[in-house]
Design a protein around this ligand. Structure first.
Ligand code: AMP
Ligand code: GLY
Length: 422
């Protein structure tokens, strides 16, 4: 099969790495890809938002399956464009992708289907939001309705932060029209986990459990990022608890979307808070998590290609996902200034040495090639991943490898997995 992966981050490098191992694969392309994907696929110079060009490419090359990484492509309707042209694609249509691209839609959807989530109100201006925040009491969470690259969620602790947040959303309009509507939501204390499943429109294939670390700073301090590290298993959910999450959250989500005429042929990823009163949904993503996908795919035993092809065709049939018992971890190396304005263009050294450690795989994210050298080109630069029989060992292997990689403004969290192990 000829396969195209859309996107150019660590998640897409991991997808290419895994798909490359399939005996069914004949040709692999990645658009736009990065220097990491170039080692396993042919990079194609088309951006993830050039939906028509991507469809032209897939049609010209008779691509058998396209797998989409980024939410942007999905929210722009890449699945609709491909579907209308008879091209197979694993990823939800625009209407289904709204479960991720509109927080207001997601909250009202959960309300309609009795899916556990924090109490909320929808505000259209600062006064409405302030009144809602007063009703809930502080701390409270403000969420821009639309996509904001993971930065449109503000947890506000006191009156001062509330006013700054309201100004950011409604006056400065930092997220543009994404904050025309704002979800004001009750703050939920607890531990976060990710639960990622594949859906063929009706049925779900759960992935192993995973956990990511969203804040830039150690001990979960500082602003939210796309994710500074991840591991699988999550170390937070027993198999009984995982089964509860599937029954109470993920199955009703797949069923509810199908019932509303928005079946999801793609990923259903629930970001959950484990609270004293059970798991509650913080958000949905209708795409693979980044960086959770990197450790998950390192643990995946099954061939991913036929599963995604079957899902794109709307029926998993007999396919199942089997995961190795081993654990996997991913430590993100970022560039100073991330998430606001990362420093770019610095030469990265030590990649080969780092990759030579047992069980280690290095996935590229924000890298570029300049005069034959790999340089930093984004906030999250590399995902240093490792598998090992136990989580502790996987983390240790990943951290050992991170010490071999150098550039002047390299930053990382040293506490990925620490709390789980304690
Ligand atoms: P979201 O994009 O909705 O997942 O929000 C981003 C991050 O904000 C989450 O990963 C949580 O760390 C935090 N967050 C979101 N909603 C809540 C909530 N209701 N209570 C506590 N933290 C939250
Ligand atoms: N790691 C969180 C996400 O992919 O949104």
């Amino acid at each position: 099969m000829k396969v195209l992966v859309v996107g150019g981050g660590g998640r897409e490098h991991a997808l290419c790495w895994k798909l490359k191992q399939s005996p069914l694969l004949t040709e692999l392309y990645c658009a736009p890809g990065n220097p990491g994907t170039a080692a396993v696929a042919d990079n194609v110079d088309i951006a993830d938002d050039e939906v028509h060009k991507l469809a032209d490419f897939a049609a010209d090359l008779k691509i058998d399956l396209t797998v989409v990484g980024p939410e942007l492509s999905l929210s722009l309707g890449i699945a609709d464009e491909f579907h209308n042209r008879g091209l197979a694609l694993f990823g939800p249509r625009q209407q289904a992708a709204e479960l991720e691209s509109s927080k207001v839609f997601a909250k009202r959807f959960m309300e309609r289907h009795g899916i556990p989530t924090a109490a909320f109100e929808v505000a259209h201006d600062a006064a409405e939001a302030r009144a809602a925040a007063k009703r809930f009491g502080l701390p409270v969470v403000l969420k821009a309705d639309g996509l904001a690259a993971g930065k449109g969620v503000l947890v506000v602790e006191d009156e001062g932060e509330l006013e700054v947040g309201l100004r950011t959303l409604f006056e400065e309009r930092r997220f543009g029209t994404a904050s025309d509507r704002v979800v004001v939501e009750q703050f939920l204390p607890g531990e976060e986990v990710s639960f990622i499943t594949l859906c063929d429109g009706r049925r779900l294939l759960p992935m192993a459990t995973s956990k990511d670390y969203k804040r830039i700073g150690e001990q979960d301090t500082g602003p939210n990022t796309g994710g500074m590290g991840a591991h699988s298993p999550s170390g937070m959910l027993s198999s009984d608890e995982a089964a509860t999450v599937i029954e109470k959250v993920l199955r009703p989500t797949a069923q509810g979307m199908a019932d509303e005429g928005r079946p999801v042929r793609g990923v259903i990823y629930a970001g959950l808070m484990l609270t004293d009163s059970g798991p509650q949904v913080l958000e949905y993503n209708l795409r693979f998590g980044d960086p959770e996908t990197q450790p998950l795919l390192m643990r995946l035993e099954s061939d991913l290609l036929p599963v995604l092809a079957a899902g794109a065709a709307g029926d998993f049939g007999e396919h199942r996902l089997a995961f190795r018992k081993e654990a996997a971890a991913c430590v993100v190396l970022a560039s100073a200034g991330y998430p606001a304005s990362p420093i770019k263009g610095e030469v990265i050294e030590g990649l080969d040495t780092a990759a030579s450690h047992e069980g280690v795989e290095i996935f590229h994210a924000g890298t570029a090639l300049r005069d034959g050298q790999v340089v930093t080109a984004g906030g999250r630069v590399l995902g240093v991943c490792a598998v090992a029989p136990r989580l502790e060992e996987a983390l240790k292997r990943a951290y050992t490898a991170t010490a071999d990689i150098h550039w002047p403004n390299k930053v990382l969290r040293h506490d990925i997995g620490r709390r789980v192990l304690e």
